[in-house]
Design a binder for this molecule. Structure first.
Ligand code: AMP
Length: 410
């Protein structure tokens, strides 16, 4: 399936292409057609699955095709960070469409409050709000919701955990009865079901469950700066604890570089990447399966499909680009109910990515500092690290520099 299959408005399609999205994720494949048919949706999907675009894209398509423009869509999110993030994604997709959005959240000073009120006075198609601030704006009459067509609750379980149930119910009372409601939540505890029964109308249920690593895998991580990664990998490989090892690196350039470094150190490694001929790749895999080669370094090309028994260690030299890749990579060990170890190297920059992997697989992986003891190892503080999306594509940044081949059209 491609994005073309949804027949989005061409201006929206342009925004989508400029964001570098090529293929819909599973939640997008399932949710977009249903949302385009104006049905209510209750979707169980975590951050990282592409859930934001799953609801933004069809809603933008519908707004573009609306004649009379009023406040059309309200998105309620638990935190200001999420509200800002959603707003940035909307701005990227809507870049060529003329559709506007405003994030409103609490926590700022009086100036922020004034700014938000003024922006609302000018009107917008989409408002992204945290519950508390929205209630205040509704009470003051600043936001008028009588023409609202879409209500979206994002990370609904988190909002309920934060005690927003009553606020959400109060907000709903301001909305027209006839509307489309979309509820996204990472989990489906009973209080979410209760809320869903109250506010959704015959919703279509979508469940994107992420595979989890097998029980037999011992998962560990090292907090390590890039400069110390080679020392650490050499230490693991020479420990004598592991017989057959796969090392994953994110790009073929880093695979080749690590291959050279470890060969120089006298370690019997073999690189596996997409620049090799098919026959060379097959030879390497055969030699690996028959244990003539004991250490292989590869990109994610290696993580899918290959079935080699008895791999005792998988190392993620870098944190994998997304949680699914993590599950695939570590799944190379402990196949068929055996046991194995999976170790991930986390530098200071990849902590948020690792944190979202932990969230998706639903477990916290033990972390050791390297070098151990008093040396210079990063602290694990993912939530204070800058957010990076798992994709490396260009995305138009709100209010930022829009160069890099991405030109505004008026
Ligand atoms: P979300 O689950 O909405 O938080 O999305 C997680 C990340 O996936 C964001 O950085 C999005 O930009 C990215 N993303 C969402 N959908 C796609 C897609 N179809 N192709 C590539 N990246 C995507």
């Amino acid at each position: 399936m491609t994005f073309q299959d949804f027949h989005f408005d061409t201006k929206l399609q342009e925004g989508l292409e400029s964001m570098g999205y090529a293929k819909p994720t599973p939640i997008q494949e399932q949710a977009i057609p249903v949302i385009l048919q104006n049905k209510d949706v209750i979707a169980c999907a975590q951050t990282g699955t592409g859930k934001t675009a799953a609801y933004i894209l069809p809603v933008l398509h519908k707004i573009i095709n609306t004649d009379h423009r009023h406040l059309n869509t309200l998105i309620i999110a638990p935190t200001r960070e999420l509200a800002q993030q959603i707003d940035q994604q909307i701005e990227g997709f809507a870049y060529f469409t003329g559709v506007s959005s405003i994030p409103v959240y609490g926590g700022g000073d009086g100036a922020t409050w004034d700014q938000q009120r003024k922006a609302l006075d000018h009107g917008a198609d989409i408002v992204i709000a945290t519950p508390g601030r929205l209630i205040a704006l509704l009470a003051g009459g600043t936001v008028k919701l009588e023409h609202l067509k879409h209500l979206i609750l994002d990370e609904a379980d988190r909002m309920l955990d934060m005690g927003f149930y009553e606020d959400i119910v109060r907000i709903i009372n301001y909305l027209p009865k006839e509307r489309q409601t979309l509820l996204f939540s990472a989990t489906m505890p009973p209080n979410i079901r209760k809320l869903a029964n109250k506010i959704l109308n015959q919703p279509v249920e979508i469940n994107i469950s992420i595979a989890k690593p097998a029980e037999g895998i011992l998962q560990q991580a090292y907090l390590v700066y890039d400069v110390n990664k080679v020392t650490l990998i050499k230490k693991l490989l020479t420990s004598g604890n592991f017989t057959t090892v796969i090392i994953f690196a994110s790009t073929k350039e880093s695979v080749k570089k690590l291959d050279q470094t470890l060969l120089k150190a006298g370690l019997p490694v073999k690189a596996f990447h997409s620049d090799l001929e098919q026959t060379e790749r097959e030879d390497i895999l055969r030699a690996f399966k028959s244990k003539q080669i004991s250490i292989i370094i590869g990109t994610d090309v290696l993580s899918r499909g290959i079935d080699v028994e008895g791999i005792s260690l998988v190392v993620n030299f870098d944190v994998p680009p997304d949680p699914e890749d993590y599950v695939h990579r570590v799944g190379r060990t402990a196949r068929a109910a055996t046991t194995g170890t999976a170790i991930t190297f986390i530098n200071d920059k990849d902590q948020r990515k690792f944190y979202s992997i932990e969230n998706m697989i639903g477990s916290t992986i033990p972390k050791l500092p390297f070098p151990e003891g008093e040396g210079e190892a990063p602290l694990y503080e993912p939530e204070s690290r800058p957010k990076k999306s798992f994709d490396k594509k260009r995305s138009p940044q709100k209010g930022g520099n829009r160069s890099g081949g991405f030109k505004r059209r008026n």
